[in-house]
Design a protein around this ligand. Structure first.
Ligand code: ADP
Ligand code: MG
Length: 645
């Protein structure tokens, strides 16, 4: 067992998360440590009253019943005086007064004053307990993220909060820097010098930062981490977020309600809250769907009449959110202008999306249009900051040594094919950037959806490689096996981020995904994988060959059986008997090979397949003649291409 890990904490205004990396072993990937109920996010909400302290989801859920004892968004007060915090006070539901030394204090309903540090400490203590429970060790050290614009007093307040929670804040790093680390930027030995924009659109705040990655700067020579980044400029709006989009939707819903039920009184507080919940739910749904039905009756008191259904389309949502999103884009322009003075004329090399509101397709589109770059979205936008803090923590603890050092693709990237083999698309040691594509088809008639398991590694069978993600390309119209033409393109950019595009050319169905293949990979792990691939090479090749033979053999058998059922009666008994014999032999071999791939020699399987091919020539000919006679052009033998996914 390793010694106690350093955890990474995203101490957010709305939500907080905790993660760990390279623990217990150096090859363990960065991951979020969930609460006992499985939740990743801990709402940054604390309730303090006579009964004690409640933190997180429960405090948030019960906020309406305890308006004065519930403290949300305390991060806005950290290290600030009442004077500095004026603009934030209207957004806080509790009383804030001036405390000792010009610092803001929260006044509880019983008159007690608590400092923002103490409130934050409750959140940190909960995260620490959550991490200790998930890891099974007592955790005492953390890397904590803070906004890039936090000043010394705000940073010191964060450190004090950690100390009160029994945590040593080993390092504070900027949130956008953490997001870049989560993507592995700066972790290569010779990372290119580059300028990176981090666009963070959350619930209540919008921040955009321009970072400069300077290669060769580092905490350790092998794993530079956050030291390699410099914040060139920040801009944003501390009162602009997803909540504002929800308010705009509520305005629209209220208008609909007025039109449907003109006589209704002005909505009460409770109704407004219910409308807000409906609005947020609809907004989140519209990130996936084109329209959503909303029953406004759910926001009205019982007995106000039947259901009141309205439909909100994505187009209407985009019109409502448009002005808010344009404000974020304007801030991007300001940040880049400010940074430019220090940028020596370079352009923007990468854009990273962080924060729940960046799940909205319109946000992604506007950012792409503005920067003329496909933004990075591979990592969950809620988790990127905490994961990056965890990566920095693992570097500082020495657990991650020699992070991803190579300027080439260290491990081959490919796709699982029918039967479980791997079709390698980009080979290891290819220099980045790299791109390649392959054509595939289907194995089964009328396959409506194609499963894409993207894998990394040198072994021949997908099960022995690392799966980078499983995706589904659906909506393929009914076609015989082998007819769909699936073009799968892999592109790895200079930062090692993999973009996969799968296009079924007959239907135009398309899937685009982004993956961070080298997430958490260390040189040691790459070397181990290489060694294993040599050790297993002979066995793996044989196994891959058997897997492909099983897949294509099954396809042949299926075809022959179908045709035999249709036209078999038209064959003389002698050729027919030969076909049936070959079918029996091959299916028996396939059965055995499926049970244990080593039970059958590849050559024997190959011979049985060839024997079936040979025996079924008369059946082919008969089928062809009949097909021509019937003008049946909709049936096709698979092209004998490689096995398909
Ligand atoms: P913060 O950084 O302020 O702590 P988050 O990054 O957690 O906030 O973002 C919370 C916001 O993201 C909320 O306004 C929420 O409604 C919004 N959000 C979460 N998921 C989605 C989604 N799928 N589509 C649109 N907005 C979303
Ligand atoms: Mg955030």
């Amino acid at each position: 067992m390793a010694t106690d890990p350093i955890i990474g904490i995203d101490l957010g205004t709305t939500n907080s998360l905790v993660g760990v990396s390279a623990w217990p072993g150096p090859t363990d990937l960065p991951r979020i440590l969930p609460a006992a109920d499985g939740a990743h996010l801990v709402p940054s909400v604390v309730r303090i009253d006579d009964a004690g302290v409640v933190v997180g989801a429960l405090a948030k859920a019960q906020a309406a019943e305890h308006p004065r004892g519930t403290i949300a968004s305390v991060k806005r007060l950290m290290g600030r005086g009442l004077e500095d915090a004026q603009a934030d006070l209207p957004y806080l539901s509790y009383k804030v007064v001036q405390g000792p030394g010009q610092t803001a204090r929260v006044q509880l309903s019983d008159g007690r004053l608590v400092s923002p540090q103490e409130v934050s400490a409750h959140i940190l203590r909960a995260l620490r307990a959550q991490a200790s429970a998930a890891l099974g060790v007592q955790v005492g050290r953390a890397v904590i993220t803070v906004p890039a614009y936090f000043d010394d007093a705000q940073r010191q307040a964060t450190r004090d909060a950690a100390r009160l929670a029994g945590l040593e804040a080993v390092r504070l790093i900027a949130e956008p820097t953490a997001a870049a680390l989560a993507y592995g930027l700066g972790l290569r030995a010779s990372s290119p010098a580059q300028t990176i924009v981090v666009y963070d659109f959350g619930g209540g705040t919008f921040d955009v930062s321009v970072l400069r990655l300077t290669p060769g700067v580092g905490a350790t020579a092998t794993a530079p981490g956050a030291d390699a980044f410099e914040v060139l400029a920040t801009a944003g709006d501390t009162h602009l977020g997803g909540d504002d989009i929800d308010f705009a939707i509520v305005g629209w819903l209220a208008g609909q309600l007025q039109a449907l039920r003109p006589g209704l009184p002005v909505p009460s507080d409770g109704q407004r809250r219910a409308l807000l919940a409906l609005a947020e739910g609809a907004k989140i749904e519209l990130s996936k769907s084109e329209e959503v039905g909303i029953d406004l009756a759910r926001a009205l008191p019982e007995g106000s009449g039947g259901p009141l259904r309205v439909t909100l389309t994505r187009a209407v949502l985009e019109a409502l959110a448009g002005p808010l999103i344009e404000r974020t884009i304007a801030a991007c322009g300001r940040a880049v202008r400010d940074a430019r003075a220090r940028m020596e004329g370079e352009g923007i090399d990468a854009v990273i999306l962080v924060g729940g509101s960046t799940r909205m397709p319109v946000v992604r589109r506007r950012v792409r249009e503005h920067f003329k770059i496909e933004p990075y979205t591979a990592i969950d936008p809620d988790e990127a900051v905490a994961l990056g803090a965890a990566v920095q923590a693992s570097i500082l603890s020495g657990a991650t040594t020699g992070a991803m050092l190579l300027d080439v693709i260290p491990l081959s990237l490919g796709l699982e094919t029918a039967g479980g083999g791997v079709a390698k698309i980009i080979m290891r040691n290819a220099p980045v950037p790299a791109e390649a594509h392959e054509m595939f088809s289907t194995q089964v008639d009328n396959q409506g959806s194609i499963r894409l398991n993207i894998v990394q590694g040198e072994r021949e069978m997908a099960g022995d490689c690392r799966s980078l993600g499983v995706y589904h390309l659906g909506g393929i119209p009914a076609m015989p096996a082998g007819l769909p033409q699936l073009r799968v393109e892999f592109r790895v950019d200079a930062n090692g981020i993999l973009g996969v595009c799968a296009l079924e050319q007959r239907s135009g169905r398309r899937l685009d995904v982004q993956i961070v293949p080298n997430h958490g990979l260390t040189r040691q792990e790459v070397e181990r994988i290489e060694r294993e691939s040599f050790a297993f090479a002979r066995q793996d090749m044989a196994r891959h060959r058997i897997a492909d033979l099983i897949a294509t053999g099954a396809l042949d058998l299926g075809w022959v059986r179908t045709q035999l059922g249709r036209y078999g009666a038209g064959l003389a008994s002698e050729p027919r008997g030969r076909i049936e014999g070959a079918v029996a032999t091959l299916s028996e071999l396939l059965e055995r090979a499926r049970g244990d791939w080593e039970a059958v020699a590849a050559d024997e399987l190959m011979r049985a397949k060839e024997a079936l091919d040979h025996a079924s020539v008369p059946l082919h000919e008969l089928a062809m003649t009949r097909t021509l006679q019937q003008g049946e052009a909709n049936e096709q033998q698979p092209g004998g291409k490689r096995a398909s996914p």
